[in-house]
Design a protein around this ligand. Structure first.
Ligand SMILES: [Zn+2]
Length: 280
């Protein structure tokens, strides 16, 4: 008997071949065999409450799990208090819209070093995130975690170990893998199945239970010695390779969500799912 399909695949934003709003895109994703979708708030949280609230029952009905991506200009560890306040406001707004929409995680990029040590960044980021979580509690923003995404540039705070630490030390924050960023930043270059397996063994040890319901982004990527340049589709010799990842996920029965951030969005999400199903 084939194993259960425990990984959901979806696109970052409305699939290219779907017309209309996020609400229409839920049904459209389902028709494509995709059971997840990330709401893109990367250029500001513009989703209105009344529209967000329509997404929750529709997503539940279609069995499409929603998540969101907070604005790009977040910097939780800026030395500038005003920038940290702006970060709080933006992450809070993303979390609130997520909660209305029934999205389980609001993903954010932790910040930038800007001459600070990793330890100094951690202290500032912790303060910013805890204050955000406090106001979420005060305003009854429920059912949504803040997702610390592994970043793609060496100048950014948010390596694999730093994101693991944020989850370990702040209740309400979870690690989000961006496999392309891990590869481009040099945190964890991927070539073979073994590279993926060893990443998962480390995470299983440091964050017990995480691999039952992880959240991740995948695409191929173009990069320099400073890290990320731009995301690429899953074709030809583009890196990192997706096929060994699909095999490792299926064979180990890991559960979670993979959002395609490829320029081909859902076409590559469908491609990943097809490969994943081969190994169940
Ligand atoms: Zn991101």
């Amino acid at each position: 008997m084939p194993k259960k399909e425990k990984v959901r695949f979806g696109s970052a934003g409305i699939p290219l071949q779907c017309k209309g709003s996020s609400l229409d895109a839920i049904e459209c994703s389902r028709e494509l065999g995709l059971r997840a979708m990330e709401l893109e708030f990367v250029r500001g949280v513009k989703l209105k409450e009344e529209n967000a609230r329509l997404l929750k029952p529709a997503a539940k009905e279609a069995d499409v799990s929603l998540s969101s991506h907070a604005p790009y200009w977040v910097n939780c560890c800026s030395a500038d208090l005003e920038k940290r306040e702006t970060s709080k406001r933006n992450i809070f707004a993303a979390a609130q819209a997520s909660s209305w929409a029934g999205a389980r995680v609001a993903v954010f990029h932790p910040g930038y070093y800007q001459k600070k040590t990793p330890k100094e960044c951690f202290i500032l980021a912790k303060e910013t995130l805890e204050a955000t979580l406090d106001s979420m509690e005060k305003h009854k923003v429920e059912g949504v975690k803040l997702g610390a995404e592994t970043v793609g540039k060496k100048s950014q705070y948010g390596s694999l170990d730093e994101c693991i630490e944020l989850q370990q030390k702040i209740d309400g924050v979870m690690l989000v893998f961006d496999f392309a960023h891990l590869h481009a930043r040099g945190d964890w270059p991927f070539k073979t199945e073994k590279d993926y397996s060893s990443l998962f063994s480390k995470v299983e040890k440091e964050l017990p239970g995480y691999l039952k319901d992880f959240h991740a982004h995948f695409s191929c990527i173009n990069y320099s010695d400073k890290g990320e340049l731009n995301h690429l589709p899953l074709e030809g010799k583009n890196q990192p390779p997706y096929k060994p990842l699909m095999k490792v996920l299926a064979e180990n029965g890991y559960g979670g969500t993979i959002i395609s951030e490829s320029p081909k969005l859902e076409y590559d999400a469908v491609k990943m799912r097809k490969e994943y199903l081969k190994h169940l």
